[in-house]
Structures are given as structure tokens and as C-alpha cells.
Design a protein around this ligand. Structure first.
Ligand code: BGC
Length: 755
């Protein structure tokens, strides 16, 4: 049925159309045969399928679901900075979805990591909106390339779990635009995601599902979004109001709720609203229509993909040369830590996947060590379900470490530390693991730490006491193999941090405003999220944004910046040479940051504006090119209510992390200078400097005998001048001796605007 026929039939099938505004049950939408719309099935997401028995559904991951591949969650994918790799994960996930009859996968989650404490950070990509948007866009593209809809979530500003169903995230518009909404905007541009999920929380007082500014003004009108807006499970409180502002589908289904039908019968809900929803549901059903020959999932292949992605996403935080470990016959390896036996490979909550199979570190390492003629012994080191340390566990671990040539220590966060629905209160490892680290300091000849956690854990207090640290995040189901691949050097680590690891919780930008109180949280740090804040405050960090070492080294040289004309949507292209100066093949993420010298809006010292991942053989050199679209240089001006970039001076930095900038060049970019429109509340200084108003004002002063009195004295005084120039023109006009009337100001304003 075409769109026109929906319009023609909507009255005849109004009941069907009304039913389409909510699910038929927990996971499916109703069919509307009269309107020619089939039922659609949704399932979590985001890093593997969670398809449940329809008799026993839940949205918290409590009931077991059908076995599926557990891919690495977003925190891990993000550290790869690899758009193509992530797109392949989306494709594989879609093949499993298709085979399970799922049309919509409820992911990716791409909320900004405002604080490392957020309990769902493992499901999110980054503290930076460009990185989050591009990578979430990649997985969405992968899913949709196989005809399965992605669902960008949670729109918007769902950056904490504490009180997530009630809290109002109170954020200024610039931070909303540049940080929190920007990631979604970019992901939509990159993927045209067919669905988007509203968050539970309120934004500046209004629930996301009822927020006309968010759903109508920004999403539909400004971004031109044509997909289905679905609510988070249970996030709708006013079903009629939500429909009116652009929410299409309320989930889970409440078919027995009469409120929408009643409003329609009483003429309180326009037929146009229902028609639009039916149209969008029809479009979704068409976009996801099952193809005749859906590919059967190859679970072995998917397991291999998990292994590849997990290894490529691991981040080598420190290394004094202890890694990679080469196993020679007779090498004695101690593997210490309960996480080696009971791996932490995914997070808890609605995203929990019933993994097809899970490999652990202990077995994977043992197989490799023994095959190469070495020996391996295991010691638990700590318990995962208790924080109190046991002397016996420590003593055993110390003895094992002493007997070893190399100790591989598995550390990380137990399952209960990170889950949907609650936030952490610390960024430290559990106390029993810290005690173990201390005890091992003197005992182990060489210690390599393999970390498994879904959100930032500081290594500040112990990193100097070990020889190397690899942050594996949450690997997905191929946990053991991925760890062995990295530690033994089969894969050269190339992951980079997509979030800053702070020294202390107290340093984090949102520290004093997280998680808020009385159902309100103030985003007092504004746009200064993540590295934008640490850099602006010149704070030391544990490991900076973009950091990640390799078993090889890279040299950066010959940076050239090509400034493009204003008519080109690319503002600048950076070209440089990257050379692999080590002895192993490896990949480098070349990052481009921009420092904007403009003073129209306050800008952070540097902002990520592009990157390129390149893989090189030892000794090889290649040219890397990174193009920066003009729109990426824009900032939101609250006074102009617009995105602005007026050209001017910018410094382009390229480097290996946000704090390892290797080459820089300052250039001047063309642009139409941005000036704030003159109002009577503009400052005296702004009036005097304005090309039209300044001249008119001066000639009025001259004609009326000049400026007299206190204002005149201060203006001619070197020190007093600034305070006069900073005062609003309307206030200046109030002072004795200023020969200007309010009408003069209005007239000059009009003239200034029309010239
Ligand atoms: C979560 C969503 C999830 C939904 C369905 C909610 O509790 O916030 O991310 O997709 O449940 O399980």
C-alpha cells in the first residue's frame, strides 16, 4: 500500500492505526492488515541478540534468552577507532537477527560518557561526540546493510543510571547541541538509522518522550529524521502528549490502554498525527522486510570475528618491554586472579547476551604455554564475590609469583560493579585486588596486568609497580583467545582510549554534579566533558584520551595543510607521512585535533575533528590524509541560536593521542565573519566597535556637544575605560552627560541591521 492509500484508508482503518502506536506485546508491534503493515519484532541489543521466550519477557536481562554470539560491547568497539571493523560487527549481528526473525536491534547506545561512574558506560562509545557518532553510525550502517533496523539510544542525555526514570538532566543548550545531541546527529548522518529510542529521563524538566523541542524541533525539523521514534521500555507517561510531539511507538505494548483511542474519539488527537505514525511504521516494515534468502548465521565465523575485534580493540596502557611474552621451553608462567577463570566479558542488564560459548584466559594461556614447552600454574588471588581479602589467597598468589619467570595478573571489575540501573561510586579496583597488587610487588619478577572492566578504572596508584598493563575492556565471548593473541604478540595492540582515564574521581569534570539530588542533575561543566575539561584545567590524567601503545613505533613527519576555498564543504585537508619505525607490523590511529583561536565563543584547547587508522609493515612509510568538513569546525552560539564558524586562525595538531601531539600547523581559514546582532543591550564597547553603529553614535555625540560627566571621565581613563566599555548601552544612556535617548538607540539598531 502506498503512502497515499494510507491517507485514504486511515479513517476506514482508524482502529488499526491507533493500535500501531503501541506494541502488541513486549517485543512486537501489531499487524495492520487493512493498512498493509506487517508486525515487526524488536530485540536487545546492542552487542548481541537477547531474544526471549514471549511468555516470560523482561527488559532487564533477568530471564535467559536464546543463545547468540556475544560481541564486544561499545566500550571495547570504540577503542578500535575502526569504522570498517565495527561495521562488520553490525553486519554479523544483523545476520543473527534476521535468522531469529528480529527486525529491529535495540542499539547502538551512544550516550556521552559524562562521568566514569555511569553504570552503563560499557554500552556507550566515548566522551567525544564525533567519535561516538561516527562509530555508532558504523554499527548502525552494518546492521541496516542486511535489512535490520538499528535503534540509536537513549535519546537523549541519559548519562547516569541513578534515578534514571525520574531525573531531570539540566543542561545548557550549547552543551546539548555540541556534546550530547551531536553524537546522535552524526550517527544519523552516517547511517540514517531507521529507529531511535527516547530515554527515560527528563531534559530540562520535560521527559524525553514528551519533549517537543527534542523530538519535533531538533530531530524532525532540523535534522529531517524520517524514522520511527520508539520509547524506552516504560518511558511514556502521557501517551497522547507523546504522540503529539512525535513519538511513534510506545513500548512495551499496552494494547489495552484506552487513553489514545479515547483522545481520538473525543477529537483531542488529530488524524494527521495518527497518519504520520502509520506512515512511519509502514516505512519501517518495508525497510526491514525479510529477504527471501536470509543468510544462516555461521557462529564459528562470528566467534572468530569477536576474537579479531576484541584483540584489535585492546589498549596497551603501559609497557616497559615485558610484552609481548615470548614463550621459550621451560618458561614458568604464573596466572593469578579469579577473572582468569571466571571471565568478565560483558555487562549486566538489558544488553546481557546468553553467549553461545565463552572462552577464558586461563585455558587459552595454558594451551599456548604448554604447547611451546613452558609451564603454567594458577592461583585465584582474590574472590569476586567478596571485597575482604583472604590471607591464604594472597599467600598462595605470592608463592606462585615467586616461582614464575612472568606473572600474568587478571584484574578488573566483578559483574556486580557495573550494571544497568545503578552507578558506581569509585573508579578504583576492588580493595582485595589492590591488596593483592601490593603483596605481589616484591614477589613477582615480572608482572603483566590484563584488565577486564566496562568503564574507566584508574591505575594511578599501582601502574609503576607492574611491567605492562593491557586494558581489554569487555571482550565478548572470545575472551581467552583475544587475551592470548595480544599477550603473546600474535596481534599487535592498536586500540586507543575513547575516554580519559583520570587519576582520581575528584578530578572528573562532573564530580561535584554527579548524580545530582532531588531528581535533578546540573550539567555545570557545560561543554567541558572528558579531555575538553582535563586539558582546559591543565590537569594530569592517568591515561589521556586517544592513548594506546603498540609493540612497534611510528614516526610522524611532513605535515601539510591544504586550506580549501569557502565554497568547498571540506575546510582543510591534512596530509602527513607515517612511518613504522619498529620491527613489527602494526596499526596506528592518527588523530587530528583543532585549536580554534576564535573568541566569539569560548572553545576548549583542542577538539577531535578527524582520525585515520593505518596499518604498516616494519620500515614502511605511507601518506595519511584526513579531511575536515567545515561543519565539524562549528560551535553553537547561544546568542545567535545557530551553529557558527566564521573562519579565522586555527591550529591543526596531529598526533598519537590527545596528549602526544606530534606535528602542528597554524593556518588562516576563509569564512564569513560572525558578528552578534547589535541590540540596545550590547555593550558600549560593542557599539563603538560596530562599523555602522559606532560611527552613528560618535556623530550623535559630536552633534550634541559630546560626552560629559563621569562616563566621559572614565572613558578617557586607561583603567576606567574597560568597565565603561563593558557596560550595556542601555545602562550607559541612563547616565547624566550622555546625550542619547532610548529612541536613538532603537533607530541606530535598525539602521545597523539593514546596512
Ligand atoms: C533499557 C533499553 C532496552 C530496553 C528493552 C530498557 O530498560 O534502557 O536500553 O533496550 O529496556 O530491554
Amino acid at each position: 500500500m502506498t503512502e497515499d492509500t494510507i491517507e485514504q484508508n486511515i479513517l476506514a482503518f482508524a482502529d488499526e492505526a491507533l493500535a500501531l502506536t503501541t506494541g502488541a506485546d513486549y517485543w512486537t508491534t501489531p499487524a495492520a492488515p487493512g493498512l498493509g503493515i506487517r508486525s515487526v519484532r524488536l530485540a536487545d541489543g546492542p552487542h548481541g541478540l537477547r531474544v526471549q521466550n514471549d511468555e516470560n519477557p523482561d527488559h532487564l536481562g533477568l530471564e535467559r534468552s536464546h543463545p547468540a554470539t556475544c560481541f564486544p560491547p561499545a566500550v571495547t568497539l570504540a577503542s578500535s577507532w575502526d569504522v570498517d571493523l565495527i561495521e562488520r560487527v553490525g553486519q554479523a549481528l544483523a545476520v543473527e537477527a534476521r535468522a531469529a526473525g528480529v527486525d529491529v536491534v535495540l542499539g547502538p547506545g551512544l550516550n556521552i560518557k559524562r562521568s566514569p561512574l555511569c553504570g552503563r558506560n560499557f554500552e556507550y562509545y566515548s566522551e567525544d561526540p564525533l567519535l561516538a557518532g561516527m562509530l555508532a553510525g558504523a554499527i548502525a550502517r552494518g546492521l541496516q546493510s542486511q535489512g535490520v533496523a538499528a535503534c540509536l539510544k537513549h535519546f537523549a542525555v541519559n548519562n547516569q543510571e541513578t534515578d534514571r526514570l525520574r531525573v531531570s538532566a539540566n543542561v545548557d543548550e550549547r552543551a546539548l547541541r555540541e556534546i550530547y545531541l551531536r553524537a546522535f546527529q552524526i550517527a544519523i548522518e552516517q547511517s540514517n538509522a531507521w529507529t531511535i529510542m527516547t530515554s527515560y529521563n527528563r531534559i530540562n524538566g520535560t521527559y524525553a518522550s514528551e519533549n517537543s523541542w527534542l523530538l519535533k524541533t531538533v530531530l524532525r525539523d532540523e535534522w529531517g529524521y524520517d524514522g520511527v521514534v520508539v520509547s524506552d521500555w516504560g518511558a511514556v507517561h502521557d501517551p497522547v502528549g507523546s504522540l503529539k510531539v512525535g513519538l511513534d511507538l510506545r513500548m512495551p505494548g499496552r494494547p489495552g490502554d484506552e487513553r489514545v483511542r479515547r483522545a481520538f474519539a473525543q477529537d483531542k488527537l488529530d488524524i494527521g498525527v495518527i497518519t504520520e505514525t502509520a506512515r512511519r511504521m509502514q516505512l519501517l516494515a518495508e525497510r526491514t522486510a525479510p529477504q527471501d534468502a536470509s543468510a544462516e548465521p555461521d557462529y564459528h565465523k562470528h566467534h572468530a570475528l569477536v576474537r579479531e575485534v576484541a584483540a584489535k580493540s585492546s589498549v596497551l596502557l603501559t609497557n616497559d618491554g615485558a610484552l609481548p611474552v615470548s614463550i621459550s621451553p621451560g618458561l614458568r608462567v604464573a596466572v593469578i586472579g579469579e577473572l582468569a577463570r571466571k571471565p568478565r566479558y560483558q555487562g549486566a542488564g538489558s544488553s546481557r547476551v546468553n553467549a553461545i560459548k565463552v572462552t577464558n584466559g586461563l585455558e587459552a594461556l595454558a594451551a599456548r604455554v604448554e604447547m611451546a614447552g613452558g609451564s603454567l600454574e594458577f592461583s585465584r588471588g582474590y574472590a569476586l564475590d567478596k571485597v575482604a581479602q583472604s590471607t591464604t589467597l594472597i599467600e598462595d598468589a605470592v608463592a606462585a609469583a615467586k616461582r614464575s619467570d612472568v606473572t600474568i595478573l587478571f584484574l578488573g571489575l566483578p559483574d556486580s560493579y557495573e550494571a544497568e540501573g545503578s552507578d558506581r561510586n569509585s573508579i578504583e579496583l576492588p580493595a582485595n585486588q589492590l591488596e593483592l597488587l601490593k603483596a605481589l610487588q616484591a614477589a613477582a619478577p615480572k608482572t603483566i596486568v590484563a584488565m577486564s572492566n566496562g568503564s574507566a578504572v584508574t591505575t594511578a596508584s599501582w601502574r609503576h609497580s607492574v611491567n605492562a598493563i593491557v586494558e581489554f575492556w569487555l571482550t565478548g565471548q572470545a575472551h581467552g583467545e583475544a587475551i592470548a593473541d595480544i599477550l603473546f604478540g600474535d596481534v599487535n595492540p592498536s586500540g586507543k582510549l575513547s575516554e580519559t582515564i583520570p587519576l582520581r574521581l575528584e578530578d572528573t569534570p562532573a564530580y561535584l554534579n554527579f548524580p545530582g539530588e532531588h531528581q535533578n542533575v546540573t550539567y555545570g561543566e557545560g561543554i567541558y566533558v572528558g579531555y575538553r575539561s582535563y586539558d582546559a584545567r591543565r590537569q594530569d590524567v592517568d591515561h589521556p584520551f586517544g592513548h594506546g601503545l603498540s609493540y612497534t613505533t611510528f614516526d610522524y613527519s611532513a605535515l601539510e595543510i591544504d586550506v580549501r576555498p569557502l565554497s568547498d564543504e571540506i575546510a582543510v585537508t591534512a596530509r602527513l607521512l607515517i612511518r613504522n619505525t619498529g620491527t613489527r607490523r602494526g596499526a596506528e590511529v592518527v588523530q587530528l585535533y583543532v585549536h580554534d583561536h576564535d573568541d566569539i565563543v569560548i572553545t576548549p584547547p583542542i577538539e577531535l575533528r578527524g582520525w585515520h587508522k593505518i596499518e604498516l609493515d616494519p620500515g614502511a612509510t605511507e601518506t595519511v590524509e584526513i579531511a575536515v568538513p567545515r561543519s565539524r569546525l562549528e560551535h553553537w552560539s547561544s546568542s545567535l541560536n545557530a551553529w557558527i564558524f566564521g573562519g579565522g586562525t586555527v591550529t591543526i595538531h596531529v598526533g598519537s593521542s590527545s596528549r602526544d601531539l606530534r606535528l602542528s600547523e597554524t593556518v588562516s581559514l576563509p569564512g564569513d565573519p560572525v558578528t552578534a546582532p547589535l541590540t540596545t543591550w550590547s555593550t558600549f564597547g560593542e557599539w563603538l566597535d560596530h562599523p555602522v553603529a559606532g560611527q552613528r553614535l560618535r556623530s550623535l555625540f559630536d552633534a550634541r556637544g559630546g560626552l560629559k560627566g563621569r562616563i566621559s571621565d572614565l572613558l578617557s581613563d586607561e583603567v576606567g575605560k574597560n568597565s565603561v566599555r563593558a557596560s550595556p548601552m542601555v545602562s550607559i544612556a541612563e547616565f547624566p552627560g550622555v546625550p542619547i535617548q532610548p529612541e536613538d538607540l532603537e533607530a541606530i539598531c535598525i539602521e545597523a541591521r539593514t546596512v
